[in-house]
Design a protein around this ligand. Structure first.
Ligand code: TEU
Ligand code: CA
Length: 576
């Protein structure tokens, strides 16, 4: 049994501010642009809007490098615009959450500037500084051999004070030292209380399990002998004081009706996850587990592609459904965000012959799963990855650019290695989610005016895949999602809160049952391949009536013929 809450039932929609809607034609999405699309989101059935970081930032990592927690990134608009956004969202009965990025700041944040200025600066200890080591030849080396998330060492040398500072991400994102109490207090006041007092409804918490680092900073085992740095997640993920810190954050939030959803990278162990999400632990309300979206990538080496099967997909996608069942924990349901390629391309098919069916099939699967449902902008119209012909210069993400440049350097521009690198970008780069939203079929897809230059190139697929030709059109992906969301809310006992049971059939089929406390039952059937498949009704549904056939991705009138078309999905609801 899960206690009903607004943040469990609400459908969350992530907006990537710079790519959603540009209101003043400087090529960068902005807050007024978001405001102009609120009715569109309301119409889709969105309840909660999460916006990517809108704070002042040099944008080394698209705003996940904050230089002032209380200022707005200028191209996005003013504080007044943000106040208006909050008010306009609330006046439509929706909620808004912000991105909370407090593992690190930008290196131009005044705190870091002060910290780096002098070894005995009062803020020196607000970041993580260490003296160098020297190898047998007397060469200066970083304090550990750890690899950062965007490539290269986790340490950057500071010439003037002759020490290294620590960063899990880029050198432009130094990690805050959570061991320092004054530093933690400053975070709570400036990054958290300030915005709660403006009336927002919660936070998506960036990389929430990395505040506490191991205390002794040992070298990592050498798993890549040819590399200068080694995988070292275990030394800066789920460290010894992490739950103490999150308890503190929680107590700051205690007097507000808000919720938290935290990112939980590199935490495969279920017991570790439960410590974050079990209600009695009083930590977070839910987390994003990345096991599904990591499929096809190598842990710690995103662009080293791996194959995965439909069984892998089914297993990872549904794992938390059963884990949370008999506990007081809650979970999330999602396949996309600003760090991942498009779900239709990665987990179904973006072949023009199938992509509409495929997008609807994924909608049926996600829309009937237990947990808080998160959609990412463009997912509601079935946007797909950039094609293989998208030129490498158009990839802008720091992670993609670093990777490609590394391969160039390491291989001396070897054409085979470069084409492999481009292939990896085409599959799993973060850029696919960051291209402009496709609003209509005018030049620049209606994201900005034709004469303006969007900060990232618009995908050519905007001519076929756009909001204008889907809203109000029968059979479109948008109308399907809208219907699905309405249906999910109508049967929230089943779909949002119900008990999940997987039914093993063919490897290409995902079949599961949901049960509500009052005996209502639903059956979700999805064909995940581009060929028709036979299926059989589970025995517990043998009394199914034609009227129980609730929703299908196909215009079929037959209610349970034994064949599913390519990428067909269906839902049956019995016992109403
Ligand atoms: O992502 C966290 C993040 O990138 C990793 O922990 C990720 O799971 C890992 O790299 C796996 O390969 C957040 C933001 O969503 C992302 O956009 C930021 O770049 C990052 O934090 C740094 O703030
Ligand atoms: Ca703009």
């Amino acid at each position: 049994y899960h206690e009903p809450k607004w943040w469990k039932e609400g459908v969350v929609y992530e907006i990537y501010v710079s790519s959603f809607k540009d209101s003043n034609n400087d090529g960068i999405g902005d807050i007024p642009g978001i405001i102009s699309k609120l009715d569109y989101l309301r119409d889709l059935g969105v309840d909660i809007i999460w916006i990517s970081p809108h704070y002042q930032s040099p944008q080394i990592d698209m705003g996940y490098d904050i230089s002032d927690y209380q200022q707005i990134h200028e191209p996005y608009g003013s504080m007044e615009d943000v106040d208006t956004l909050i008010e306009q969202i609330h006046s439509r009965g929706m909620k808004i959450i912000f991105d909370l990025v407090i593992n690190h700041t930008s290196d131009i944040h005044p705190w870091f500037q002060e910290s780096r200025a002098l070894i005995d600066s009062p803020k020196r200890d607000w970041y993580i500084w260490r003296p160098p080591r020297y190898d047998s030849t007397g060469k200066r080396c970083p304090p550990t051999n750890w690899r950062s998330n965007f490539g290269g060492p986790t340490w950057t040398w500071d010439e003037s004070t002759q020490q290294y500072y620590f960063h899990i991400y880029s050198p432009g994102q130094p990690d805050l030292n959570w061991e320092n109490r004054d530093c933690r207090r400053a975070i709570y006041d400036t990054a958290i209380r300030f915005w709660l007092d403006k009336g927002i409804d919660g936070f998506r918490i960036d990389t929430v399990n990395r505040y506490s680092k191991c205390s002794d900073f040992p070298d990592a085992a050498i798993t890549d002998p040819n590399e200068e740095t080694q995988l070292a997640f275990q030394y800066f993920t789920n460290g010894p004081r992490i739950h103490e810190y999150i308890s503190e954050v929680r107590s700051v939030l205690a007097n507000y009706d808000v919720f938290t959803v935290g990112e939980l990278p590199n935490t495969p162990d279920q017991a570790d996850v439960m410590r974050f999400i079990s209600a009695r632990e009083k930590q977070l309300d839910m987390v994003f587990n990345f096991d599904t979206v990591y499929l096809g990538q190598t842990p710690g080496d995103r662009f080293r592609l791996q194959t995965f099967t439909k069984d892998d997909f089914k297993r990872e996608l549904t794992k938390w459904q059963t884990v949370i069942q008999d506990t007081d924990a809650w979970t999330t349901v999602f396949l996309e965000n600003h760090d991942q390629g498009r779900s239709v391309s990665r987990f179904a098919s973006d072949d023009p012959a199938y992509r509409i069916q495929a997008a609807k099939m994924l909608a049926i699967v996600l829309g009937t799963m237990t947990g808080t449902l998160f959609l990412y902008q463009g997912q509601e119209i079935g946007m797909v990855n950039a094609p293989p012909s998208y030129p490498v210069e158009e990839y802008k993400c720091i992670r993609s650019v670093n990777h490609y440049n590394n391969i160039r350097q390491q291989t001396g521009d070897d054409p085979v290695a470069l084409s492999e690198a481009l292939e990896a970008l085409q599959k799993v780069a973060r850029d696919h989610a960051r291209v402009p939203m496709q609003w209509d079929d005018s030049a620049n897809a209606g994201f900005c005016a034709a004469q303006a230059k969007p900060w990232m190139r618009v995908l050519d697929s905007y001519r076929e895949i756009n909001v204008a030709n889907q809203v109000g059109r029968n059979g479109s992906v948008f109308e399907f999602w809208k219907n699905m969301i309405r249906f999910r809310k109508q049967y929230r006992d089943l779909f949002v809160y119900g008990v999940f049971r997987a039914i093993d059939q063919h490897k290409d089929l995902l079949v599961f049952i949901k049960e509500a406390a009052d005996g209502k039952r639903s059956l979700t059937v999805a064909n995940m391949c581009d060929q028709p498949r036979q299926w059989t009704l589970p025995s517990s549904f043998s009394d199914l009536k034609p009227a129980d056939f609730a929703l299908s991705t196909c215009d079929t009138q037959e209610f349970h013929h034994s064949q599913l078309a390519a990428f067909e999905g269906r839902i049956y609801v019995a016992g109403t």
